[in-house]
Design a protein around this ligand. Structure first.
Ligand code: CTP
Length: 477
């Protein structure tokens, strides 16, 4: 049960008492609202980066006066159109807004926004647990105002809108996604009426900018159990709008009595498993998308059963358009996720066979610095319910890891640079640019990967001379 007795003990930041003092002088009521209050009541320990202040008056005036009193010259950013202002003090962003209410005129369906009371402001917020306010004025410092029983919903772990959900969501459809994000972050349940409203209004997410949507998805991705969010996204219809490719992973088919696993639930299991071992957002994205091409590559073969041939490579090719659509970065982050998706089956295939040095060397060559992340993904990908299979895979992986360590020490293959360059080859055999150079370079690389020679200049040079001779090339005297 959240503790609401000693709220003033949580207002130790010097800005709070100062805001209260200036507010007293101005004759206005001022409150701290939103996430800060929610997290205090939840006892949620985390770094505070922003604090929302609402005043029954002008947010811009109050912010300006408080900033000047805290530190002369403290910069205030003013957003006149929104009637908001903010400043940063001791590494925290304080955002000020005047309490508002919306009203409808007969002649127009478009709401007009007017000055309002604290309660008018609270009812326009997204969820009851985010509509809690603590007074900062000196005589009521620390007093909690909770007209929608947000404290009860915190205790019952409920995400619920203060007004009819249709109204709250039509104010800002992103809130449908925020409901799921908070449910995932806090491990709360979305109240039934609120959940139904998301289901019926899901298509309204279309009017929200991709950046805001992706921001919420990333927050879901970074929770300890992201599957909670993705199951809700699927259930409400939002997943089909945001990530139809992941939605299509859902379902299982049976033919000739042979079924395949539901790749959506498998993917979520992999995502949860990897989240226990890494906070790397992009490795988590790789887990979400590792099987994304399974639906498009799925075939039924009388002899082999279900196959998903080359789904890793097709998946790699699908990623740029997904990243572009979601406004995810199209730089080395995309390349990294592509690499993970394209290589995600390699260690598994490797450990199904005899783990040879040469196969491990090739894996190291292809994965480079990201080899450990790849192994983390592959270990998360083992979701088999057959304990014998799981322990065989894991012990083979252990062998792969050990060999990786050995080979890395010997050959420094992680960031492979060919020991013999094209220039050296041309110089040695007095060649002009041409196909022989490519042939020799790849023969050297193959010899290193096969373990025939070590990854150093002397070995590679001797090998080049022998190979050149075989090709009928004469080395300069
Ligand atoms: N808010 C809202 N509707 C939105 C966004 C925000 O009503 N679409 C209100 C909520 O009262 C919310 C507050 O603005 O608590 C601050 O929003 P934000 O900083 O985005 O979220 P927090 O609740 O502070 O949570 P977190 O910091 O975890 O994102």
């Amino acid at each position: 049960m959240p503790d609401r007795r000693n709220l003033k003990d949580h207002l130790i930041h010097p800005a709070f008492s100062q805001i209260g003092k200036i507010s007293d002088q101005e004759g206005t009521e001022t409150y701290v609202v939103g996430g800060f209050v929610r997290d205090v009541l939840l006892g949620r320990k985390r770094e505070v980066y922003d604090i929302d202040i609402v005043t029954v008056g002008s947010g811009i005036d109050l912010a300006t006066k408080v900033a000047a009193s805290l530190r002369p010259g403290l910069k205030v950013s003013v957003f006149k159109n929104f009637g908001t202002a903010m400043f940063r003090f001791n590494d925290i962003d304080f955002e000020f807004v005047g309490a508002r209410r919306e009203s409808y005129r007969h002649e127009s369906r478009k709401p007009i926004v007017e000055d309002g009371t604290l309660e008018d402001d609270q009812k326009r917020r997204d969820f009851t647990i985010n509509a809690l306010a603590i007074c900062l004025n000196s005589d009521r410092f620390g007093e909690l105002l909770d007209p929608f029983d947000g404290v009860g919903d915190l205790a019952n772990k409920l995400i619920k809108t203060p007004l009819e959900p249709e109204i709250t969501f039509s104010d800002d459809p992103l809130r449908m996604l925020r409901a799921i994000r908070f449910a995932t972050q806090l491990n709360f349940i979305i109240e039934e009426k609120t959940l139904t409203a998301i289901q019926t209004q899901s298509n309204r997410l279309g009017i929200v900018s991709k950046e805001r949507i992706t921001d919420e998805i990333n927050k879901i991705m970074l929770t300890p159990t992201p599957s909670i969010g993705f199951k809700l996204l699927e259930k409400t219809g939002l997943l089909a709008i945001i990530l139809p490719e992941v939605q299509k992973l859902k379902g299982r088919e049976t033919r000739n009595g042979i079924g395949h696993k539901d790749n959506f639930y498998h993917t979520l299991e992999v995502l949860d498993r990897i989240s226990k071992n890494t906070d790397n957002l992009w490795l988590r994205w790789a887990a979400l998308l590792h099987d994304v091409a399974k639906p498009v590559t799925k075939r039924f073969d009388e002899r082999l059963g279900w196959t998903f041939h080359a789904h890793n490579f097709i998946g790699e090719k699908m990623l740029p358009s997904i990243f572009d659509r979601l406004k995810l970065p199209l730089n080395e982050k995309l390349k990294y996720v592509q690499k993970m998706v394209s290589l995600h089956m390699r260690p598994i295939v490797l450990s199904e066979e005899e783990v040879t040095d040469s196969a491990v060397r090739r894996l190291l060559f292809d994965a480079g610095d990201d080899i450990d992340d790849l192994m983390t993904l592959c270990e998360a990908d083992i979701t088999s319910k057959n304990p014998e299979k799981v322990s065989r895979f894991l012990s083979n992986f252990q062998l792969v890891r050990e060999k990786l360590k050995d080979i890395e020490e010997k050959d420094a293959l992680r960031n492979f640079q060919p020991p013999i360059t094209g220039e050296i080859i041309m110089e040695t055999f007095s060649l002009q640019p041409g196909r022989e150079i490519g042939i020799l370079k790849s023969a050297i690389k193959e010899a290193i990967l096969e373990g025939e020679i070590h990854n150093n200049y002397e070995d590679a040079y001797q090998f080049m001379l022998t190979k050149g001779k075989e090709l009928g090339l004469a080395a300069k005297a």
